[in-house]
Design a protein around this ligand. Structure first.
Ligand SMILES: [Fe+2]
Ligand SMILES: [Fe+2]
Length: 498
């Protein structure tokens, strides 16, 4: 995966000169939605904006609010110049509202309204369902910022720290994108939802974030890289499905968000990849061939590959739960109403895009064994998106494995069975091993420590989390990147810590 092409290097001062608070909101927020002409919307966003900044200061990256970070800022949606790079303090980041260009004559791609002109206003009969879809997507955006807020202190390099903060500010922008839709199209309810998005807190008992995986902790950098590879990829799949929405403003928002999401996935894939690289190099240097020589490998200050597999197992299984129940009437209604498509909906050939008579194979557990059942395709929309997600995860895993193979080490990272460690859907309540065996409670208890990170694993990872904040230096457990951000040299000061 590559960085966004054609990025512009701008004088840092130019990025900093337009401060949020000093200029009018419609001028300080990069937007292509003609904010200044909609006074009511502007007023609502002006009310929300200081609360957002309060939230960012309370719940955003801890300890680095005054640091100057080399960030890209979206300033337009045309491919030749949508991002500017420059050092900027995160609270001064120009969070904007950007929609992909309108496609003239676009029609609703799926469901019972297929072929009708895409909605430019909220379709009355689907108002609450649409609002719910936007709120659930919106809630994930600030949640991940909250989950990752302590990581700056233990960053393995300035390069990685910068990438973390880039992901964080863009998740903040994704929140802006959803709040724009709520406030513009849903009146008072929308404003209340926008408020609530700043009030829920990841992991908090009384007022948690809506989805489970977004209440898990992201306690260390390995978790961060696994999260950005596996969980941001759920984000990609959901955004791709919402980009097919018949509600055109949602579609256009999500299409632009997908371009940012690509960088988050890049951070995850290369973060795990560089961890693999450091491990293999250290093993080879020490003459260790056995990937299971845990003590000896850990003594080198690198992460053993079986531990990476256990971390991956955890993040994959938790993320699969985000797709919801495989068989779901809500999923069916989101599709039939035309509010949410499938992955790649508009390009699915030989398909009627309505699915009234179609079936889809869903694996279920019946009488203690796996059964592949034909289920009406409409009701198994979630199952299909999950399958597409699992396929999409494989590319990066293959590239990690190629690096391991090239290093001459006999180990392969694999995806666990779909039912492994699931809390939602068809496999909930069943004990299933990574290689897809239905287990008794006792068998599960005996194996869990080999399949999911155990206490000793987490202690070891914790022991590696020492800051490495000198220019051009990297912690022992992670290899330097092949290329700098925006082609910057290896010793570039990505974050100026004061
Ligand atoms: Fe996001
Ligand atoms: Fe993301």
């Amino acid at each position: 995966m590559s960085e966004t092409p054609d990025t512009l290097v701008e004088d840092a001062a130019a990025v900093r000169s337009e401060r949020f608070v000093e200029v009018k909101l419609d001028e300080s927020i990069p937007n292509n939605v003609d904010l200044s002409s909609d006074k009511q919307l502007l007023r609502a966003l002006e009310t929300w904006h200081p609360q957002y900044l309060e939230w960012w200061k309370d719940m955003g990256p801890e300890g680095f609010q005054n640091a100057e970070v080399y960030l890209r800022t979206a300033v337009g949606v045309d491919p030749s110049g949508w991002a500017k790079f420059g050092h900027v303090k995160m609270p001064d980041y120009r969070w904007g509202i950007l929609l992909a260009p309108k496609v003239e004559g676009r029609t609703i791609p799926c469901g019972r309204h297929k072929g009708e002109p895409a909605w430019q206003e909220v379709p009355g009969e689907y108002r609450s369902l649409l609002r719910r879809l936007i709120v659930v997507q919106g809630d994930t955006e600030p949640a991940s910022v909250e989950q990752q807020r302590h990581l700056g202190a233990t960053a393995p390099s300035l390069y990685d720290m910068r990438n973390l903060f880039q992901v964080n500010v863009e998740e903040g922008r994704h929140l802006w994108a959803m709040v724009y839709l709520l406030v513009k199209y849903f009146g008072k309810d929308g404003r209340e939802e926008a408020q609530a998005l700043l009030e829920r807190r990841s992991g908090q008992q009384d007022n948690p974030r809506i989805l489970g995986a977004f209440n898990e902790r992201t306690p260390d950098w390995l978790s961060f890289f696994m999260f950005t590879y596996f969980t941001d990829r759920d984000g990609k799949m959901q955004l791709a499905a919402l980009a097919e929405s018949g509600f055109d403003p949602l579609s256009r928002s999500c299409r632009f968000m997908l371009t940012e999401e690509a960088h988050h996935l890049f951070v995850g894939e290369t973060g795990v990849g560089r961890t693999v690289e450091a491990t293999c190099a250290a093993m080879n240097k020490a003459g260790i061939k056995d990937p299971f020589a845990t003590e000896r490998i850990r003594a080198l200050g690198v992460v053993d590959l079986p531990l990476l597999q256990r971390k991956a197992n955890f993040h994959m299984s938790v993320t699969r739960d985000l797709f919801g129940s495989e068989i779901s009437s809500n999923g069916a209604e989101a599709f039939s109403s035309g509010l949410k498509g499938r992955f790649n909906e508009a390009n699915l050939k030989g398909d009627d895009h309505q699915l009234a008579d179609a079936f889809y194979t869903v694996t279920r557990v019946v009488d203690g064994r796996f059964v592949d059942e034909q289920v009406p395709a409409l009701r198994s929309i979630n199952s299909r998106l999950l399958d597409d997600y699992i396929a999409d995860c494989q590319g990066g895993i293959d590239r990690w494995n190629k690096a391991i193979e090239k290093a001459g080490i006999d180990f392969k990272i694999t995806q666990p069975h779909k039912g492994f460690n699931r809390k939602i859907g068809e496999f909930k309540g069943h004990r299933i091993s990574p290689d897809g065996r239905l287990l008794s409670e006792a068998e599960w208890a005996a194996g869990a420590g080999q399949w999911l990170p155990n206490d000793a694993d987490m202690d070891f990872i914790g022991s590696l989390m020492k800051p490495c904040h000198d220019k051009g230096r990297y912690a022992s457990w992670i290899a330097p990147p092949r290329m700098g951000i925006n082609n910057q040299p290896g010793d570039f000061e990505y974050v100026k810590i004061d």
